[in-house]
Ligand binder design. Structure first.
Ligand code: MG
Ligand code: MG
Length: 268
């Protein structure tokens, strides 16, 4: 069942989503060679709690996800477990954060690059981020979920030859982290649930440099590419509106932090 949000609820979701963006920007300032993803997780958790919210992911699912953030490095696509292993020059690090505040969740993700990375990986990051906005363009009243899905798949897979992950999808969210409808990154135009004003969805392309195929790591959560090539992941929480989607999370502050941190690659 799809829960359509009132104006008041949308504003509460904007607060949660903006806090996610601020958390990602805060984490971005700390990413560098030698830091561990567990340290980044702890920095995020502390920031979320200091801002009067709780991390949405901690304790979510079965088995319960044990950490505040999903941090997925290189061939890890999503749902990565933070670990006590230092980041290296050339790693790409996808940080996915959800917060719960005032009864509502916000959810957003961003992929960072440590030091210098190959041109093809830079392009993967830029193209994955661009595909998110291709999807957001279609998140308007009267369209269907398949229009978002097609836009992302066409841009990444058809035009650029990347692998679009099939096993994981975007989703509605609100009082629950995952609500209807599912929002896949692949599909046919004009199919799926109808988009209506007040629907809040997380659009989140998960795009692999090589094969679309993935597998579950032994930890039970981390999803990795079958061929070991890198994957990128960008996500916004978006409210469907009449002429243009209202993007509740934001990348401006994260991108500013990315540029301000000399240990991150920002020219992609
Ligand atoms: Mg997320
Ligand atoms: Mg999500």
């Amino acid at each position: 069942m799809i829960h359509y949000k009132t104006k008041e609820e949308i504003e509460l979701m904007r607060i949660s989503s903006q806090l996610v963006s601020k958390t990602l920007a805060h984490v971005a300032l700390h990413i560098k060679e030698g830091v561990t993803t567990m340290q980044l997780n702890d920095i995020a958790e502390e920031f979320i709690k200091a801002n009067g919210a709780t991390p949405s992911f901690k304790g979510y699912g079965n088995p319960p996800f044990p950490f505040a953030c999903c941090i997925s490095v290189n061939d890890a696509v999503v749902h990565g477990f933070p670990v006590n292993e230092p980041l290296k020059n050339g790693d790409i690090v996808s940080v996915d954060v959800g917060v719960f505040k005032n009864g509502f969740h916000g959810d957003s993700a961003y992929t960072f690059a440590v030091g210098s990375i190959p041109e093809e990986t830079k392009k993967l990051m830029a193209d994955t981020k661009a595909s998110l906005y291709k999807g957001i363009e279609k998140a308007v009243h009267g369209n269907r979920v398949g229009d978002i899905a097609y836009a992302i798949q066409h841009y990444t897979e058809k035009e650029r030859g990347y692998g679009v992950v099939r096993e994981l999808v975007g989703h509605g969210l609100g009082r629950k982290l995952h609500e209807d409808p599912q929002v896949p990154n692949y599909g046919k135009r004009g199919t799926g649930a109808k988009l209506r004003e007040g629907m809040v969805i997380a659009i989140e392309p998960m795009i692999n440099l090589g094969t679309k195929n993935v597998y579950h790591d032994k930890d039970g959560w981390t999803i990795r590419t079958e061929d070991g090539k890198p994957a990128a992941h960008y996500e916004h929480t978006v409210c469907v509106q009449k002429n243009q989607a209202d993007v509740l999370s934001g990348f401006a502050e994260i991108e500013a932090a990315e540029k301000a941190n000399p240990n991150l690659c920002s020219d992609y």
